[in-house]
Design a protein. Structure first.
Length: 313
């Protein structure tokens, strides 16, 4: 943050040239990109957006304009304004297509899918993610310059999240385990932490309370090492849900044991009397169901936008 703030301040009083304009635009983009991770007021974000957008439009730079729009879209989405974010990111994607920059197109596609998930438009996100994955497979590293992270790994993680939401738990497990492995190999620390959160949510739906806790704890450890306020808040929320699931699981098991003991006592009582009926009394039947997790975090609680890898510097 300090580096980009200093760069922005240095060019503020200089003549308007292509070089100074480029620094001013990308300073605004990066400050927005890092700001939502570390904490940025709505007023500060709006001022950065407006100044960056004005300079980008003045220079008729479609790629830069797309970058400003998509990053501010992330900020608005995380503020709870999903529909506004969708409009901003959709416009960014349109400009990226017009510019013909394949890296920017894939980067904005990642943000668009994320926004669709945030807005609850899961069918649209599922349709969009398959061609995006195909593009990232055919063009390794494409979009990394714009985003600062490996787009293919993030597409895998998002598809896993979508599959969890739609009930394809086996497919979700494959995607998320692949994303975790790629993130480890490539050193994608932020992606690794967020994929652990997604994997924890999946584990809760699978009834794997130990796995949910293990993945959530790893996400917390990564977030604390990074020092990202956003990732720490998100990972602690995931850990709380995992603990809640574990407690619910213990209560269900205790209830099952209690019910079993009651059933045994009931059976002994029935056999000690005259056999009035050969059927088990309906009131003594023990029906212990295993419900879905009582609290489910909304898909798309994490956001990726254009810009450099997150850093607190």
């Amino acid at each position: 943050m300090r580096l980009w703030s200093k760069a922005r301040d240095l060019v503020a009083g200089l003549p308007d040239t292509p070089e100074t304009s480029s620094i001013a635009i990308w300073s605004a983009i990066q400050l927005l990109n890092l700001g939502w991770r570390s904490g940025l007021t709505a007023e500060q974000a709006r001022a950065l957006f407006e100044s960056g957008l004005e300079i980008a439009k003045r220079g008729e730079d479609a790629s830069a304009t797309s970058g400003v729009l998509v990053t501010y879209g992330a900020v608005r989405g995380l503020a709870g304004e999903a529909e506004e974010a969708l409009e901003l990111v959709a416009e960014a994607a349109r400009l990226a297509r017009e510019a013909g920059d394949e890296g920017t197109q894939l980067a904005t596609q990642a943000a668009l899918i994320q926004t669709q998930i945030m807005a609850g438009r899961l069918r649209e996100a599922r349709r969009a993610i398959e061609p995006a994955l195909a593009t990232s497979i055919a063009n390794p590293g494409l979009g990394h310059e714009q985003t600062g992270f490996d787009t293919h790994t993030w597409f895998l993680a998002m598809r896993g999240e979508l599959r969890t939401a739609s009930g394809d738990l086996a497919g979700a497990e494959r995607d998320l385990d692949l994303a975790l492995e790629r993130a480890r190999v490539l050193g994608e620390t932020e992606t690794l932490g967020w994929a652990h959160e997604m994997r924890s949510e999946l584990a809760r739906w699978l009834g794997d309370t130990d796995g949910a806790l293990a993945h959530a704890r790893q996400a917390v450890q990564i977030a604390e090492r990074m020092g990202s306020a956003f990732s720490q808040t998100s990972s602690y929320g995931t850990l709380a849900l995992a603990h809640g699931g574990a407690r619910s699981g213990r209560r269900r098991r205790e209830g099952s044991r209690t019910c079993s003991r009651s059933s045994v006592r009931g059976a002994a009582s029935c056999t000690g009397k005259r056999k009035r009926s050969r059927t088990w009394p309906r009131s003594r039947r023990c029906r212990v169901s295993t419900p879905a997790p009582s609290t489910v975090s909304a898909p798309g609680s994490r956001w990726r936008s254009g810009g450099a890898r997150a850093s607190s510097s």
